[in-house]
Design a protein around this ligand. Structure first.
Ligand SMILES: C[C@H](O)[C@H](O)[C@H]1CNc2nc(N)[nH]c(=O)c2N1
Ligand SMILES: N[C@@H](Cc1ccccc1)C(=O)O
Ligand SMILES: [Fe+2]
Length: 292
């Protein structure tokens, strides 16, 4: 993930950072969304919910159903009523990318920053910065899962140490390969739960059906050493057996010695398979792409 050096000034980011508070939150200003932006949301939602019904993880899908947000850009206050009861999380509106330290602090306090603006009509398939569709449709449903909710808070608390140890790249790869691009084994079938996948029509299908992509078993140190691409579909994914692995494998693991050992080493190139590595068992027969 790229981030602004100083997002509040001239950063090349398209959100409006002018009125933002010290923690980079803004008002959602729901009444100011033109009707055409709600219509755009409905079309994105319809396409993506159909694809996710087939390729999305059950933990993600159950959250999506409970959010009941097919009809237009959600009012964040209404979302927060559902979210706070379920897992104690809330979402806060932001202008876009925010500095790492601020981002971690929100997560550590169970606040998920959601960009308020929606992509333009010509960007329905792809955009560079996160918008409200990616942030909300991709990230919020799984925050209703209690295990994932606890994991993401712990991830936020881990930020300070990673920054102090000059190992932010390694921690960011954890986020990338789980929160953004994670796959999970659903009784022998690969499913997607990462926000970057489930908010993208192309990658939802590709991530679980492409026969050539590398899908390795979840392995924290391997992930922390693996480079990633921000502007094409991923060339490797990591597959969880279940969401508890995030707690047992990451929260309970002491990253300090791992940072120390690997932070100065060049990362493993994208898509490279190391000697002896085998795909996750559920990835031996990738899901067949079917019409529905
Ligand atoms: C390392 C850290 O997780 C990452 O770069 C942060 C920075 N700021 C962000 N800001 C927003 N709004 N959304 C994000 O996903 C991130 N990611
Ligand atoms: N266990 C990690 C913290 C962490 C928690 C959750 C996710 C990622 C990292 C550490 O020692 O720093
Ligand atoms: Fe994201």
């Amino acid at each position: 993930m790229r981030k602004p050096e100083d997002a509040k000034s001239d950063s090349g980011l398209r959100g409006d950072y002018e009125g933002a508070a010290a923690d980079y939150t803004v008002a959602q200003d729901w009444d100011a969304y033109p009707e055409e932006t709600h219509d755009r949301w409905r079309r994105l939602y319809a396409r993506q919910s159909r694809l996710c019904a087939q390729y999305g993880a059950p933990q993600y899908l159950s959250g999506l159903a409970r959010l009941d947000c097919a009809g237009g850009i959600p009012r964040f206050e209404e979302t927060n009523a559902v979210l706070s009861t379920a897992t104690g999380w809330k979402i806060v509106p932001v202008p876009g990318f925010i500095p790492d330290g601020v981002f971690f602090d929100h997560l550590a306090n169970r606040r998920f920053p959601v960009t308020r603006w929606i992509r333009d009509e010509h960007e329905l398939d792809y955009l560079v910065e996160p918008d409200v569709f990616h942030d909300f449709f991709g990230h919020v449903p799984i925050l209703l899962d209690p295990t994932f909710a606890d994991f993401l808070e712990a991830y936020g608390r881990a930020g300070e140490r990673a920054m102090a140890m000059d190992a932010l790249d390694m921690l960011a790869r954890i986020y990338w390969y789980t929160v953004e691009f994670g796959l999970i084994d659903d009784g022998g079938t690969l499913k997607a739960f990462g926000a970057g996948i489930v908010s993208s029509a192309g990658e939802t299908v590709y991530s679980v059906t492409d026969p050539d992509v590398l899908r390795l078993p979840f392995d924290p140190v391997r992930i922390m050493r693996t480079a990633y691409t921000i502007d094409t579909f991923q060339k490797n994914y990591f597959v969880l057996d279940n969401l508890d692995q995030l707690m047992r494998g990451l929260v309970e693991l002491d990253f300090g010695p791992i940072y120390q050992e690997w932070r100065a080493a060049p990362p493993i190139p994208i898509g490279e398979r190391l000697p002896g590595e085998q795909p996750h068992p559920a990835a031996l027969a990738p899901v067949k792409e079917t019409q529905s």
